[in-house]
Design a protein. Structure first.
Length: 297
């Protein structure tokens, strides 16, 4: 993939733009706060991603609280588990929007798989860059992507969105997540929805599709009223000056990091936010990694 100093080239993503310019899509993104691109991944790539996830999903570790989902499986530290997942993290279509909003020095803030089992309830409403604690209204300091490994349907827990809510000034809305949600281990009924909204839409999309959202867009995981699970992978990016949600450097050794593609290494933190944020012992972290490789560490 050709890549210049400005980031992803439009020619590298034209096949998914449906004859529209990237600028046109970006204007829609700025207005609505989200975009959906259907059938981005071919079926064989979806199968490859699913196969790499399967050993970790088979452990059947469920959420620890109401926010994670008491009937959901979550897989964290994905790049440490398989380099296969780097293909989603560095996919040019996802990166085009992350870099356009956050700059080329953006970082991977989190990357996790979420499998909603039948009977899972709705999440609290939230926006993904709220941890940065900067009052709204403001620009987004994050971009979240959602790769549909399973189809997202009306009944299986498709992510629910509030279009245009990335521009809302409110730091909280009715039914927003709170500290209590991270302590609540109650198993609720699938039809228990204390914060339903008439202005919400469901992100319905087939397997292999990509949704991109602004970090300030209010959204939540839906309730799974079907008889089958719903699996997505969600790489989330942040501006280069922000602390990442997941401490990527602690999830893997330098030797593991060295096996990743260069752009993936940059995204996990082997990079610099200008002029020199992120240095290690006065040096670019890329040089430190190279020195470690040469020393056999």
């Amino acid at each position: 993939m050709a890549r210049g100093e400005e980031g992803v080239a439009e020619s590298d993503i034209a096949q998914w733009l449906g004859g529209r310019s990237f600028a046109d899509w970006k204007a829609e993104f700025d207005e609505t706060g989200y975009l959906i691109f259907e059938n981005v991944l071919p079926p064989e790539e979806v199968d490859r991603q699913r196969a790499a996830l399967q050993p970790w999903l088979d452990a059947d570790v469920t959420g620890r609280n109401d926010f994670e989902g008491m009937k959901s499986n979550r897989v964290y530290a994905m790049l440490a588990k398989s380099p296969v997942f780097a293909d989603l993290v560095t996919h040019p279509l996802a990166l085009a929007f992350a870099e356009a909003d956050l700059g080329k020095s953006c970082l991977l803030s989190a990357c996790l798989a979420i499998k909603l089992q039948p009977g899972e309830t709705v999440q609290p409403w939230h926006y993904d860059d709220s941890h940065l604690r900067v009052d709204r209204p403001r620009p987004s300091f994050g971009v979240s992507t959602f790769w549909a490994i399973d189809p997202m349907t009306e009944d299986n827990g498709a992510t629910e969105l509030l279009p245009g809510s990335h521009l809302w000034p409110e730091d909280s809305i009715a039914g927003a997540n709170s500290a209590a949600d991270f302590a609540n281990t109650e198993i609720r009924d699938v039809d228990d929805d204390p914060a339903a909204r008439d202005d919400a839409i469901k992100a319905i999309m087939p397997s292999g599709s990509l949704m991109v959202t602004k970090g300030t867009l209010w959204h939540r995981g839906g309730a799974n009223r079907s008889d089958a699970p719903r699996l997505i992978v969600t790489p989330q990016y942040c501006t280069g000056w922000a602390r990442q949600l997941e401490n990527m450097a602690m999830t893997m050794t330098p030797a593991q990091a060295a096996t990743l593609p260069e752009r993936a290494r940059e995204l996990i933190g082997y990079s610099i936010h200008p002029p020199f944020m992120g240095y290690v012992d006065g040096m670019h972290p890329k040089r430190v990694l190279e020195d470690t490789q040469q020393q056999g560490g």
